[in-house]
Design a protein around this ligand. Structure first.
Ligand SMILES: [Fe+2]
Length: 330
């Protein structure tokens, strides 16, 4: 089974088989598909600053059936979600997990989906990291929304693949620190359509359409079509909330990251303007705020969060930081 692996931190990289050709940033082939890794090849990859490659690897034996895989999405989510909320993305040790789950979610199309994800990684690692985070956040929102496990696995696929069309957009445009030209912006705006056409032959209509509509806004100000309200499928509405939030809290070459609370305030304004679903925003916000209860103040480890102010979207600490007076609980 093809897996994306950091060969540098894997003790058993020696003897592993490359699943794809490994190409340098300059375009020359470093290793061919089927090559058995040895210390010489590993040295060569390091020299070209290639940190991860696709290898043939056993699927995690812990996932012996689809039900177990779906269960794992929910059970493993807490620490992963916490890292994403802080702008740290999916921790490295969990990055392969979705592929294991996806294998049981859609075994017939697994190889095609992996090769599409491979294209994202090859073009732009930020988009790949973003897609992993959006997949986890979307599943979290979907579970709060009340979806069954089977639908959560589909939603996970949408999260992972929603920006697949960006692999057709040059990475220097995607990560341009300056304002995009009109032409460049039009190019970026084509990615939902490109992704839809790439995926339509291999995934369900529901998954493909969620990819197509993930930048549409309820009030009709989105793209590519400017459709409104009920015409936008629920999967696309969930992905949109996860997408906006993750893009705000994560650091990118063209912007610094902001706090989850500041990101929630922006999201609330978007919900009030009927750009994103208020219902989805609401369950997401409540859950995020709850996840902060019991966590220490960043500068005062003895001071913990005991609640939150929904109006201000701010945590309430045991001791009021400004007055240094204790907040009494009854
Ligand atoms: Fe997108």
């Amino acid at each position: 089974m093809a897996m994306y692996m950091d060969y540098r931190s894997s003790a058993d990289a020696d003897g592993t088989i490359c699943a794809e050709d490994v190409i340098s940033a300059e375009g020359s082939k470093l290793l061919s598909k089927g090559t058995v890794l040895n210390q010489y090849y590993i040295y060569r990859l390091l020299k070209f600053n290639i940190k991860k490659i696709w290898v043939l690897k056993e699927i995690n034996k812990g996932y012996d059936n689809s039900e177990k895989a779906a269960e794992d999405i929910l059970n493993s989510a807490t620490s992963i979600i916490e890292s994403i909320l802080k702008g740290g993305g999916v921790p490295d040790e969990f990055k392969d997990m979705l592929f294991n789950i996806m294998y049981y979610s859609d075994p017939d199309n697994f190889a095609s989906i992996v090769s599409y994800v491979n294209q994202i990684v090859g073009n732009d690692s930020y988009t790949y990291d973003h897609s992993l985070s959006v997949a986890w956040l979307s599943v979290k929102i979907g579970s709060l929304y009340g979806f069954e496990k089977e639908r959560l696995k589909d939603l996970m696929q949408v999260g992972l693949l929603h920006d697949i069309g960006k692999s057709c957009v040059p990475s220097n445009v995607l990560n341009k620190p300056d304002k995009l030209s009109l032409y460049e912006y039009e190019l970026v705006k084509r990615h939902p359509l490109l992704g839809y056409h790439a995926l339509k032959p291999i995934v369900s209509d529901e998954i493909a359409e969620a990819v197509l509509y993930h930048h549409e806004k309820l009030n009709g100000t989105g793209y590519p079509f400017g459709i409104t309200e009920e015409k936008i499928p629920i999967f696309a509405q969930i992905i949109c909330v996860a997408d906006v939030f993750e893009a705000l809290v994560a650091k990118r070459p063209y912007k610094s990251k902001i706090s989850p609370f500041a990101a929630l305030k922006i999201l609330r304004n978007m919900a009030l303007a009927n750009e994103v679903s208020y219902k989805i925003y609401d369950i997401f916000e409540t859950n995020i705020m709850n996840s902060y209860i019991g966590t220490p103040h960043p500068d005062m480890p003895d001071n913990i969060v005991i609640g939150y102010d929904r109006e201000k979207i701010e945590p309430i600490y045991l001791m009021d930081v400004n007055s240094s007076e204790e907040v009494h609980q009854h």
